[in-house]
Design a protein around this ligand. Structure first.
Ligand code: FPP
Length: 261
């Protein structure tokens, strides 16, 4: 499809979803929470079943985001703190990641999705890391939605690493302390070059940010839903975007200033 046809299709899809086609978030960040509770509610012995069904929710939301013509979707798939879960659950999550990467490549290609990752991906088991790199490479030329998996990711750790890199450059004399500004910090984050999320969705009723994109969420609208991640679907995504479209984003300015612009 060419860009003009794409944009007509996106507009129709946005209207069909009951959304204002001209006022879409460019970047949505998601905390996919509630897999364990979902498994328990459904009577499964293992929490892992929730993660497995969570992959299906991720496929639905990725496809729906691509169909709406969103530019960026970033999902919290595995935090630095998640390494502290029981080994059996960590191992299962790594296997789920590998299987999903293998199985979902055709869906990513069919939806023109480019896969990226943020976090300490080198700490993943080497087979998972290799698979991840191969799917990132295979989808690198896709120019529709960018789906970013936050894997072994923690925002405080991301900032510490950025500070360390900047301090190193100061020590080497390639950057002056006076030149350290927001843009310089941005360039040293995992998300360098990516616009900040406009909307952050967290499922499962928890109302926390849990060490997720603390710098990047500075002006994001936050949306919390009680729906557990494995049950989250396109309608839930449209509801979140509709709520976003009703918010007034002032970025520190007054309503009067915004309406005068
Ligand atoms: C939080 O639910 C979810 C996670 C820690 C993992 C998220 C993973 C997926 C949605 C599957 C897709 C995964 C990959 C790696 C592509 P929880 O286990 O904390 O649920 P709970 O709060 O109900 O216990």
């Amino acid at each position: 499809m060419n860009a003009a046809v794409d944009s007509k299709v996106f507009k129709a899809n946005r209207l069909n979803a009951g959304l204002d086609p001209e006022h879409m978030p460019e970047h949505i960040a998601v905390i996919m929470d509630g897999n364990g509770r979902w498994a328990k509610q459904q009577g499964f012995m293992s929490r892992v079943r929730g993660h497995e069904v969570g992959v299906e929710a991720l496929r639905r939301i990725t496809t729906a985001s691509a169909e709406l013509g969103l530019n960026y979707l970033t999902v919290y798939a595995f935090s630095t703190e998640n390494w502290n879960r029981p080994k059996a659950e960590v191992d299962a999550l790594m296997n789920i990641l590998m299987t999903a990467l293998e199985k979902e490549l055709p869906t990513l290609m069919g939806n023109n999705v480019r896969l990226c990752a943020i976090g300490n991906v080198e700490t993943l088991p080497s087979k998972a890391n290799k698979k991840l790199m191969s799917v990132i490479q295979a989808t690198a030329k896709n120019d529709g939605l960018t789906l970013t998996l936050a894997l072994s990711y923690g925002s405080q750790d991301e900032m510490v690493q950025a500070i360390r890199k900047i301090a190193q450059k100061v020590a080497e004399g390639t950057i002056l302390p006076a030149d350290i500004n927001e843009a310089a910090v941005e360039q040293h984050l995992f998300t360098a070059g990516m616009p900040h999320p406009d909307l952050m969705i967290r499922t499962s009723g928890e109302q926390r940010i849990s060490n997720y994109m603390l710098w990047q969420l500075a002006y994001a609208e936050l949306y919390f839903t009680p729906v557990l991640w494995p049950d989250f679907d396109a309608t839930g995504l449209y509801d979140a975007i509709a709520a976003f479209q009703k918010r007034e984003r002032r970025f520190g300015q007054t309503t009067e200033q915004l309406t005068a612009e």
